[in-house]
Design a binder for this molecule. Structure first.
Ligand code: HEC
Length: 173
């Protein structure tokens, strides 16, 4: 009787044992799902997967048109741009550069002694820079000035630059 039970159990358990042997690759079975049996395309090998016709990139920043080494300002300094620029400037720049751009924002009194102070944006050195140079300063940062690419979209950066130009013009009068 016990022998029968043992034999029955052994027969019942054998598929499980076989399955475990295959699962833990004690007995290796070449299932077709192994990676080496699938078609593979190496780095820089064809076929190239091109974006669909008419697709618009939205995760990467579009490169602005360049003039020599500086991007060209594609945003006309109209009333809408200046109004947006004013709001964004007061949010993102006035803290350091001051409301009029004089480099006297409220944070400056807490500035480290030896660090470069926020620039006076109406300084001749900055007035004479092309818009594209300011754009790169905002995008990449400059010395002690932080990069603001994460805070401002490209369009917003140009709006701010248009507004900074109007601050510079207001100073001249
Ligand atoms: C956290 C403070 C801070 C903020 C915010 C900030 N700046 Fe600056 N900015 C600085 C400092 C500091 C400098 C001087 C950097 C140096 O000379 O090392 C500077 C320099 C500059 C310059 C001159 C770069 C050059 O060529 O000398 C421009 C232009 C400028 N900032 C524009 C802006 C604009 C526009 C904004 C808002 C979008 C802004 N900054 C926001 C701190 C700031």
């Amino acid at each position: 009787m016990t022998r029968r039970i043992l034999i029955t159990l052994a027969i019942l358990a054998s598929p499980l044992v076989v399955a475990l042997l295959a699962t833990y690759e004690i007995v290796r079975v070449d299932f077709v799902s192994f990676m080496e049996n699938q078609p593979s395309v190496d780095y820089q090998e064809g076929p190239r997967r091109l974006p669909a016709e008419g697709a618009v990139a939205f995760s990467a920043e579009a490169r602005p048109a360049m003039a020599d080494t500086f991007p060209l300002n594609p945003v006309p300094a109209d009333a809408v741009s200046l109004q947006r620029g004013a709001v964004l400037y007061n949010l993102h720049c006035a803290l350091c550069h001051g409301e009029e751009g004089a480099g006297d924002g409220p944070i400056v009194e807490f500035w480290k002694e030896d660090a470069n102070k926020p620039a006076d944006l109406r300084d001749e050195r900055i007035v004479s820079q092309p818009d594209g140079a300011l754009y790169l300063t905002l995008t990449d940062g400059f010395g002690a000035m932080p990069a603001l690419a994460e805070n401002l979209t490209p369009r917003e950066r140009w709006d701010v630059i248009n507004y900074v130009r109007s601050l510079q013009a207001a100073q001249g009068q």
